[in-house]
Design a protein around this ligand. Structure first.
Ligand code: CP
Length: 361
């Protein structure tokens, strides 16, 4: 468990110089629960197991009307701002739904051109304004490091409230990684869990923040091998490889996606992130990095195919009805794990567990 450090006790200039591991304790509560959720590196195995177990309890409690009624009382006194200035379907709606499940009243700003940012208000002042009305800010932004900076900023005001990073720049998407971990854990429940598995990442690994965050969370598990398959111009960043190497984790970097499919327990496909512009490098054939119906034949019988979505052509729709395709389950898992994260942030997790033990075992 991480031991809390106070964001109020460090200047922003000094905080920025810390490594990710050094920053992580500043985002947790004294109990070890997350306060701000900013980066994958703030979650250890204990907290990941806790959130996955809690998500399952919330999911099962939510199957009955009585259970849903109970869940909706938990955070009835809270309001959340969903500040999404980058496009989103799943993350936005799953957070919105998670808030509703827990009784939180959500509000949204999705277009800064119709907020006072259009009049020249800074993003910092915008966030501070939100904290005057809301108890939680969930934000998606194209700016790398912005959620982290706002977490520091808001913690140094007289109305600190939790900030959840719902995707920041090309760098972090910690709650997508949480739902990916929950999906992996559920998929491998009867096969010893996530430990000792091989995860094959494919696609735009250079700019895919979901891969960067998930790679970080997988470091909490024992003997998980990570393979990065991409054309040279879209290959995973050296910073991720350096982190894996320093932690003694087995990894492989390759251009041969198709050749690696038989080795994988989980295949994590991603789309070309061309909203970030062009990349330079040797030409490649996009279809070499697509998963098709033919590839199902060489995928392990108990292997799984994942995708954070949205997809383009990286996974052929003919795979959708194969029991190993879990990307639509990932979408729904996102709602449950985000509800678990919010409930834990507001310290209602133990109460949910007690209710579950009494009513759902
Ligand atoms: N996976 C994901 O972040 O999807 P959205 O962009 O639709 O939120």
């Amino acid at each position: 468990m991480l031991h809390r450090k106070m964001l109020q006790e460090i200047a922003w200039a000094d905080f920025q110089k810390l490594s990710l591991a050094e920053k992580a304790p500043y985002f947790v509560q004294s109990s070890g629960r997350p306060y701000h959720c900013v980066m994958a590196q703030q979650f250890d195995r204990e907290m990941l197991d806790h959130l996955c177990d809690l998500a399952t309890r919330i999911r099962r409690i939510g199957k009955s009307k009585q259970g849903m009624d109970y869940l909706s009382t938990l955070l009835k006194n809270k309001r959340a701002m969903l500040y999404f200035t980058q496009p989103s379907t799943r993350t936005f709606l799953s957070f919105y739904s998670a808030c509703q499940i827990l009784g939180i009243r959500p509000a949204e700003v999705r277009d800064p051109d119709i907020s006072s940012e259009a009049k020249g208000e800074t993003k910092e002042d915008t966030i501070r304004t939100f904290s005057s009305f809301f108890d939680l800010i969930i934000m998606r932004t194209p700016m790398q490091g912005f959620a982290e900076e706002m977490a520091w900023m808001i913690s140094n005001t007289d109305r600190p409230i939790p900030i959840i990073n719902a995707g920041s720049g090309k760098d972090q998407h910690p709650t997508q990684a949480l739902l990916d971990i929950y999906t992996l854990a559920r998929s491998f429940e009867k096969r010893g869990g996530i430990d000792n598995k091989t995860v094959l990442f494919c696609g735009d690994l250079a700019r895919g923040r979901t891969v960067r965050s998930l790679s970080g969370l997988l470091m909490n598990y024992t003997n998980v091998r990570q393979i990065f398959a991409a054309p040279e111009c879209l290959q995973i960043g050296q910073d991720i490889l350096d982190r894996l190497k320093a932690a003694g984790i087995e990894y492989e970097v390759t251009t041969d996606f198709k050749g690696k499919i038989p080795e994988a327990d989980a295949i994590y496909m991603t789309r070309l992130q061309d909203e970030w512009g062009d990349v330079s490098g040797p030409p490649y054939k996009p279809e070499d990095y697509f998963f098709t119906g033919d590839d199902l034949k060489v995928l392990k019988r108990e292997g799984i195919i994942m995708h954070p979505l949205p997809r383009r052509k990286e996974i052929s729709t003919e795979c959708d009805n194969d029991s190993r395709a879990v990307y639509w389950r990932q979408v729904r898992n996102g709602m449950w794990i985000r509800a678990a994260l919010i409930a834990t942030t507001f310290c209602r997790d133990d109460e949910i567990t007690q209710y579950y033990m009494l009513n759902n075992r």
